[in-house]
Each structure stands twice: as C-alpha cells, then as structure tokens.
Design a protein around this ligand. Structure first.
Ligand code: ATP
Length: 289
C-alpha cells in the first residue's frame, strides 16, 4: 500500500497540474501501473548525475514512435538546452528520466545505472522538476516552500527564498512567511509562483534538474529575477532545460536539437548557427534572426 502513496506524493510534486493531474493519476492507479519498482530495485542516494540515453526507442501506446534510436550523453553538472519543433519529443525525452514512462527499447542510465534498477521513490528524490504550471496548495508561504524538504527550518526556508529571489516579496507581505496563498489567500503572480517552485528546489537540492521554461511573456524585471534564480539553481547540477528563451540557449553548455524522432544536431549556439541546419532555421523562425 505504501508504494502507491509514495507515488502519489512524487506525482503531486513532479506533476503539478493540480486537480486535473491528480484525477488523472487516480485513474491511472485503477489500471495496472506501467511503471513500478523492479523486484530487486535498489535505493539510490547522492547520484553525480551523468545521464545517458542508449539507443532509446519510445512511443505512446497505440501511437507512432516519438523517439527512435536516441543516443545522448549529458555530463554530470552540464546544462543542456533542448530545442526543437513543437511535438518533436523534448518533454517526452525528459519524462523518461524520472520514469513517468519506460522506454520501449534501449535504456536510460544515471551514473551508469539503469533507471529501472532504482526504486521509483529514490530515483525521483534525485530529480527536481520546475514546470510552467506551478502546484500551490492552500496554506502559508512557509508550508508551500517547505514542501521541497519536509521539516525544513525557518532559516533554511529564508535561505531558499533568498536564492530564489523571493525574499523581498515575502518581507513586503504583512504576515511574511505566514501569509496564506492559494484559493483563499494572496494571489501570487505567475513569476512569483515560479520563484516559489524554484525555492522548493533549493531545499530539495537534487543533483539533476529538469526545467520547462515558461513560454508566456513575463515583465522584464520578473524575467531577469527568474533567470538569475535558475542560473544559480542549475550550478553544480545536471540540468535539462526545455528552452524557449534565446538567453537560455546562448548560455547553455550545449544545445540539443530534438527533431525527426531523435537528436538532429547538437553543439554550441555559434556552431549550430554556422551549420545552417535545423537549429539555424528554428532560431530564425522563433527569434526572427
Ligand atoms: P512542445 O514544444 O510543443 O512542448 P515537445 O517537443 O515537448 O513539444 P512532446 O510533448 O514530447 O513534444 O510530444 C511528442 C509527441 O508525443 C507529440 O506528437 C505529442 O502529441 C505526443 N504526446 C505527448 N504526450 C503524450 C501522451 N501523454 N499521450 C499520447 N501522446 C502524447
């Protein structure tokens, strides 16, 4: 019984689509789960975060393959920006890492260990996900930040808020950390919610990060604060960013272009522009350059 409870916990954290996502998860629970702990699954702690996709093939049930024969290595600590046409499979590639789905062929390894050989709970404890839709529950700011590490002290919470560029905002609220947010409390802006979810990640402190960068426009100041918080968060962690911002791709250690069921191109921004291939076309279409 504990298995599903733990899975619900990790889904609430990593699948923050609110009630809709939760209902969908309950529906999934009623069916045979596709992803479960192997009988001899091992707990993992303190991974370095070297990620490898080895000849990975994957398709959603009853549909054409999204990924075919993908080989990709991301070094521990590297920041890789995933770009590519809409629907090419960037999110899908990322979702194979915390095992929201299992590969149909090949394997995904972290530090040389197949993700299917680890317990789901310990695997997911090593991966932080910052999505566009942030899950906030009705409660105080303190409780919402501490969701990243249950039992975190106030000192740790303030440190996480500071690093996520949220300190000033919280201090300006009448009840500070005790301010209620959510349905009946203070409404946070999209940018504030995102920084709150980043502050949770400072507390969770995972070696691997998946960032789904916001597509919606934010004002310049908020945008800058988020960029600053994210670049500090990704320091020393293996980071996969589903990138929508020109600054992100330019600053990434490597750009990975996902197209035609796999990795079409990879390299630094200038190299890929000079190549005049998929990236350079995408870049022109997206940023008009
Ligand atoms: P975008 O930039 O638009 O977010 P993407 O590159 O992240 O796109 P994916 O979301 O990974 O692409 O989708 C790849 C393909 O898989 C698409 O054809 C999409 O419709 C399909 N797909 C994604 N999620 C599911 C799902 N849960 N069930 C079935 N098909 C899915």
């Amino acid at each position: 019984f504990l298995g599903p409870i733990r899975q619900i916990n990790s889904v609430i954290e990593t699948y923050p689509k609110g009630i809709a996502g939760f209902k969908r998860y309950l529906e999934l629970l009623e069916t045979e789960p596709d992803v479960d702990d192997a009988p001899n699954a091992r707990r993992v702690n303190h991974l370095n975060g070297e990620i490898r996709f080895n000849d990975v093939t994957f398709g959603y049930e009853g549909k054409d393959k999204v990924l075919q024969g993908v080989n990709l290595t991301i070094r521990a600590g590297e920041t890789a920006a995933l770009v590519g046409p809409s629907g090419a499979g960037k999110s899908t590639l990322c979702s194979l890492l915390p095992r929201f789905y299992d590969v149909d062929g090949g394997s995904v390894t972290i530090d040389g260990m197949d993700v299917r050989s680890m317990t789901l709970e310990s695997l997911r404890s090593q991966i932080g996900i910052v999505q566009q839709d942030v899950f906030l529950f009705d409660g105080t700011i303190r409780e919402n930040i501490a969701y990243g590490k249950l039992g975190a002290s106030d000192e740790e919470i303030w440190e996480a808020a500071r690093r996520a560029q949220l300190e000033e905002m919280i201090k300006s609220l009448p009840d500070g950390l005790d301010t209620f947010v959510g349905e009946r409390g203070v409404k946070l802006s999209g940018g504030q919610k995102q920084r709150l979810s980043i502050s949770r990640m400072f507390l969770k402190n995972p070696p691997i990060l998946i960032l789904d960068e916001a597509t919606s426009a934010l004002d310049t100041e908020t945008e800058a604060a988020i960029q600053l918080a994210l670049s500090e968060l990704s320091q020393g962690r293996t980071t996969l960013v589903i990138a929508h911002r020109l600054a992100t791709v330019k600053n990434a250690d490597r750009i990975i272009v996902v197209a035609d069921q796999g990795v079409a191109e990879q390299g630094k921004h200038e190299e890929l522009i000079a190549k005049e291939g998929v990236y350079s076309r995408l870049h022109r279409a997206q940023f008009g350059m």
